[in-house]
Design a protein around this ligand. Structure first.
Ligand SMILES: [Mg+2]
Ligand SMILES: [Zn+2]
Length: 198
């Protein structure tokens, strides 16, 4: 009998600085700019039927910088732009909360694992055989806590993090690479090495 599977292995993507340009608070849909390699990278995952899920902190909502419906419109725009290049995202999870000042925060904000665990439950995903890609230590820490492998990209905050703040990282990523395009190539090769074929 085949080993019991816990779900489908997936790839979780941070949004700002990973999929689209880091612009501080992306407080209007018109400010979203996809990187030129993003659609092709996601399409590669789509072709292999690997679920692609966006996990993003959007504390600008909780801080009152923009309303939640502007965030939803930004995500519609992202989905539309990707769709024009025949790339598809299987889910978007966001944390709209501001970080708590000293007190109890929400469970969803990265590096908390609330969003990624909810996505895994909703979509039937196996975190142990999944990957997280992001440009910040909070992405990497979330992925480690959730049991995934992790990739830091050098777009967005990534290059500065690697060059100036690495000594302070709580955990090292499994891999560091130029951008989402090269991250997906590494993930596909690493899945092959591990015998992940789903
Ligand atoms: Mg980011
Ligand atoms: Zn939250």
């Amino acid at each position: 009998m085949a080993a019991k599977r816990k779900g489908t292995p997936a790839v979780f993507l941070d949004r700002d600085g990973t999929i689209n340009r880091q612009v501080g608070y992306c407080n209007h849909p018109s400010r979203l700019r996809l990187y030129r390699f993003t659609a092709a990278a996601i399409r590669k995952l789509n072709r292999k039927r690997i679920p692609v899920v966006v996990i993003t902190n959007q504390s600008g909502v909780g801080r009152g910088y923009f309303p939640e419906n502007a965030l939803q419109e930004t995500h519609e725009r992202m989905t539309d732009l990707l769709g024009k290049s025949r790339a598809r995202i299987d889910g978007i999870y966001y944390c709209p909360h501001a970080p708590a000042a000293g007190g109890e925060g929400c469970r969803c904000r990265k590096p908390g694992t609330g969003m990624i665990r909810k996505a895994a439950r909703d979509l039937g995903l196996d975190l142990r055989r999944s990957y997280v890609v992001g440009d910040s230590p909070s992405d990497i820490l979330m992925g480690k806590r959730a049991g995934t492998r992790t990739v830091l990209v050098l777009t967005g905050y990534g290059r500065g993090e690697r060059d100036f703040r690495r000594a302070g990282w709580e955990v090292e990523p499994d891999h560091i690479t130029r951008n989402l395009g090269t991250a997906v190539d590494w993930i596909l090769a690493d899945r092959d090495k591990r015998g992940i074929t789903e």
